[in-house]
Write a protein that binds this ligand. Sequence first.
Ligand code: IPE
Ligand code: MG
Length: 251
Amino acid sequence: MSLDLSGVDLERVPRHVGLILDGNGRWANARGLPRTAGHLAGEAALFDTVEGALELGIEWVTAFTFSTENWSRSEEEVEFLMWFNEDLLLRRRDELHAQGVRMLFAGDMDDPRIPDRNRRHMAEAAEMTAGNDRLNLVFAFNYGSRREIARAAAAIAAKAAAGEIDPEEVDEDTVAAHLWVPDMPDVDLVIRSSGEHRLSNFLLWQSAYAEFYFPGILWPDFNRHHLVEAVREYQARDRRFGSARDAVGGN
Ligand code: IPE
Ligand code: MG
């Protein structure tokens, strides 16, 4: 089915969309399958959504594929997610590269619990696609915003201690430049599937003025058509960034 872009203003698509992929386990449970089957089914949803982002001309997509809190899941599920994230990269990187997608990874890659092979394959995919500029696809892997901001603070403190930065001059741009993906723009639209209404430590700094969209469907049921619907809804909203403009009250 071709993508119905009616009612979408292609000049005003969100520049950066954040995706909180949620509901894989529930999708599997509802079918009497193990949770891991839900993660497997979520892959097609993610890459169909990426196709939609390419058609819409969205510049940045960040997908939350493994959080710093996900280590608390069962050993079996954690092991599966480590393997799956790596396997997915190896299977998808050529087609993404051919489509002009730049692959990036945001997360604590120094964590010794991440298998070396996985770390190496992430670095290879990033290197292979570094020159692409059609879509920046960020995998938020072993990602947690508080850790990201704490690491940025530590890096800035180290530079201040070494006399490379004047603490008086540390501002919002300095912090942004020390986050895991320094050239990542602010998030315009965060989509979280499954009916949950939480940010769960995802892009806290970057989504200060983001719009939120919460489709009630489980992640494996999400696709490019839902992305277009989210963009329509986004374009219908009045983003004021704290100013009053012609609105009455609120910010
Ligand atoms: C999201 O789905 C999967 C990950 C990104 C790890 P869940 O595994 O959280 O699914 P539910 O919330 O248990 O249904
Ligand atoms: Mg969940």
